[in-house]
Design a binder for this molecule. Structure first.
Ligand SMILES: Nc1ncnc2c1ncn2[C@@H]1O[C@H](COP(=O)(O)OP(=O)(O)O)[C@@H](O)[C@H]1O
Ligand SMILES: [Mg+2]
Length: 379
């Protein structure tokens, strides 16, 4: 594939906030963006040049979309393999279908990681209740049952505290294939966002720290408060995965850091990630611009972090008593507001985020929390 220069058209599968921030980066650089998803008036569609609304299974619509763009990328793993295959017959897909296929299914992903010699938490494949009971006996309780496909923000996950809860948890799967994992009593969670260009060039944003609430990312602190040794190991593991997947694009690797300092890979996302949103305001090149550069075959940009930062998600819960007080958050001069254009604020739904910049990561965290609290402080 030749390098695609500004003026070329990029297709994005999926239409959420990741596609929106990608489209903003692409359009800033002079590219055109078409988005494809089953929805209309979407976060991505609102800022794209063209919004196509059709089912991923409508392969005629998928081919029509592909014929109008020069390369296709995605913002969500939940795109059927057949959709990507249909596109790949017309234009390149970056990252390619193989990387997507591996990472969109927890069992395939964990099996790939295990074979690659990457430390992962013990897991078992679960379809029947008998398999779950067996798995609970070998793995022990507590354990986490997760649907193999289509999970995000903790959806499709269930903590099992005792063997007796097995039957109930199995029923909640409603026939979906699943994976049982040992519950990890981690010290903290960290992630590495990295990228690989079409020429094999690799770049990373260092290790960041993630705090989750109800299995949903709450805050990211960049850089992470971990030892140099842990940071080096996490970056090494992440960049080796870029090579092993021959991935062209952006990859996020999520880790659990155990209390004894050991790192385990939790999951992979072959795209920009919520824990990399701070890069928009704090780094020389954002993770979204990096995705544009990689999928278009340009050189990667510098990943240098210009200031310590912290990001706080704005979930739909903040809208419970009406529109949040945007003026109050904007009264913090070193806090940046990002909203995704979603019309309905449901609890747990990611509506936007704030990024704070400060002399230290700890100060950035306090600042971003204060700004978020100010959104709902009523006079
Ligand atoms: N095995 C586990 N042990 C402890 N906590 C877990 C485990 N699996 C998931 N979690 C918690 O739930 C969060 C979301 O789970 P994850 O597997 O990353 O799924 P997703 O982000 O796709 O919803 C994790 O970041 C972590 O906080
Ligand atoms: Mg996750």
């Amino acid at each position: 594939m030749n390098t695609l220069l500004p003026g070329a058209t990029i297709g994005v599968l999926g239409s959420g906030q990741l596609g929106r921030m990608f489209a903003m980066a692409a359009r800033r650089m002079g590219y055109l963006v078409h988005t494809f998803s089953p929805e209309t008036d979407t976060p991505t569609g609102q800022v794209a040049d063209v919004e196509v609304t059709a089912s991923y299974d409508d392969l005629a619509a998928v081919r029509e979309f592909a014929s109008r763009v020069e390369v296709v990328t995605f913002e969500s793993e939940n795109v059927p393999a057949a959709t990507v295959e249909a596109i790949a017959g017309i234009v390149p897909v970056r990252p390619d279908g193989a990387a997507l296929y591996t990472t969109q299914h927890r069992l395939r992903e964990k099996t790939f990681l295990e074979r690659a010699g990457i430390p992962v938490t013990p897991f078992r494949h679960v379809r029947t209740l008998a398999e779950l009971s067996d798995a609970l006996k070998t793995i022990g309780c507590p354990a986490v049952l997760k649907t193999a496909g289509f999970g995000y923000d903790g959806k499709g996950q269930r903590l099992i505290k005792t063997l007796a809860e097995g039957a109930d948890a199995h029923a909640s799967l409603a026939g979906q294939e699943a994976i049982l994992e040992a519950f990890v009593d981690f010290e903290r969670e960290v992630s590495v966002v990295c990228a690989r260009g079409a020429d094999g060039q690799v770049a990373h944003y260092g290790v960041v720290e993630n705090a989750h609430e109800r299995h949903i990312l709450d805050c990211t602190i960049a850089p992470a408060r971990v030892s140099g040794e842990v940071a080096r190991e996490a970056v090494e593991l992440a960049t080796s995965l870029l090579e092993q997947l021959s991935l062209v694009g952006v990859l996020c690797v999520e880790f659990f850091l155990a209390r004894d300092g050991k790192l385990f890979v939790n999951e992979l996302a072959p795209r920009p990630h919520n824990s990399g949103h701070f890069t928009i305001d704090a780094c020389a090149t954002s993770q979204f611009e990096q995705q544009v550069r990689a999928v278009c075959g340009l050189s990667l940009g510098a990943t240098e972090q210009l200031r310590p930062a912290a990001m706080a998600n704005l979930l739909g819960d903040l809208w419970q008593d009406g529109e949040p007080d945007w003026r109050a958050a904007c009264a913090f001069p070193n806090v940046k507001l990002h909203l995704y254009g979603k019309h309905e604020a449901r609890p747990g739904r990611k509506m936007g985020h704030l990024t704070a910049l400060a002399p230290t990561a700890d100060e950035a965290l306090s600042l971003v929390r204060a700004a978020r609290a100010a959104l709902t402080r009523r006079a």
